[in-house]
Design a binder for this molecule. Sequence first.
Ligand SMILES: Cc1cc2nc3c(=O)[nH]c(=O)nc-3n(C[C@H](O)[C@H](O)[C@H](O)COP(=O)(O)O)c2cc1C
Length: 331
Amino acid sequence: MSLYRPLCIGKLSLPGNLFLAPVAGYTDRAFRSICVEQGADFTYTELVSSEALVRGGVKTQSLFRRADNESRYCIQLFGSDPDVMYRATAMLTPQRPDLVDINCGCPVPKVVKTGSGAALTRDPERLARIVEAVVHASQEHLDNTPVSVKIRSGWDAQAINYRESASAAVAAGASIVALHARTRDQGYEGKSNWAHIADLASHVSVPVVGSGDLFAPQDAVAMLEQTACAAVMFARGALGNPFIFAETRSLLLTGSYEVPCLQDRIAVAFRQLALLASDVGEKSACLEMRKQFCAYTHGMTSAAELRSQLVHADTIDAYRALFPSLPAMLR
Ligand SMILES: Cc1cc2nc3c(=O)[nH]c(=O)nc-3n(C[C@H](O)[C@H](O)[C@H](O)COP(=O)(O)O)c2cc1C
């Protein structure tokens, strides 16, 4: 069987197994739309606070609006109170998400100290009650949309407990588990331990999505081969590089892939900038896109100089002025 393959999660059918991971501050509506255009089979919003949602934060709502071309997507929630998570899930009804994911991996102290994110992996009983609450809300308000969890390997090297966390979630009704194979202690540093993904894939009855150190198409092929996970999730490897989806699919299906030329990459960056500007306004979009433009221009001969100028670009015209050789129609 090909390593690139469709995937069923409860009532959700996905055409392929190359996902865009949730990445706070990056996987907004504009970027998800670009990733879909570039071949992502499934996309996740960044983590959304269940507390903020039930308090009625308008800004929170903007975090999970579906993009126009996003025919399937997942909304990720975080929280530590099953009742609040139930109510937050019920509030997603107008968006009709195709999957609701529960964040059990965020390492940030502000999140962890409330008992949310990675703290949930230290308390599998609470994790299970939260999954039950979200599944219940989904049955009552979302027409039984499947529910997933995204966990880490454990809290630290002394507390590797991904099996326990995943089993608790599955017993409580989760239909898929994503594993970022680092501990909370590691944050995003050091190597992820793919042996944990392989072990979990053979241990649980639901599909496992692998996450960690996917920076090139070859990494995804290696993860699929070495771990037998059902799907892979690109995170940092996709930032400023949404081309990684089509490249990986091509590598999996044909054994080779082509890298888009610089001009095509930059044209996509300008499209992302335009989409973001229509969502959040030109000024905010220009600020937000600075970090991603640097990644899009990776490999340019004058990249360092360009970066120093990008940090001053606060209008779309200012961005354009930095790329004088780009044909106007491509921007
Ligand atoms: C800046 C940043 C923000 C992230 N935000 C989230 C998030 O909102 N929810 C989540 O589940 N994981 C989040 N992650 C974790 C990623 O989804 C992914 O699991 C992790 O980066 C490992 O993959 P990588 O090594 O290929 O980047 C974030 C990672 C980074 C670097």
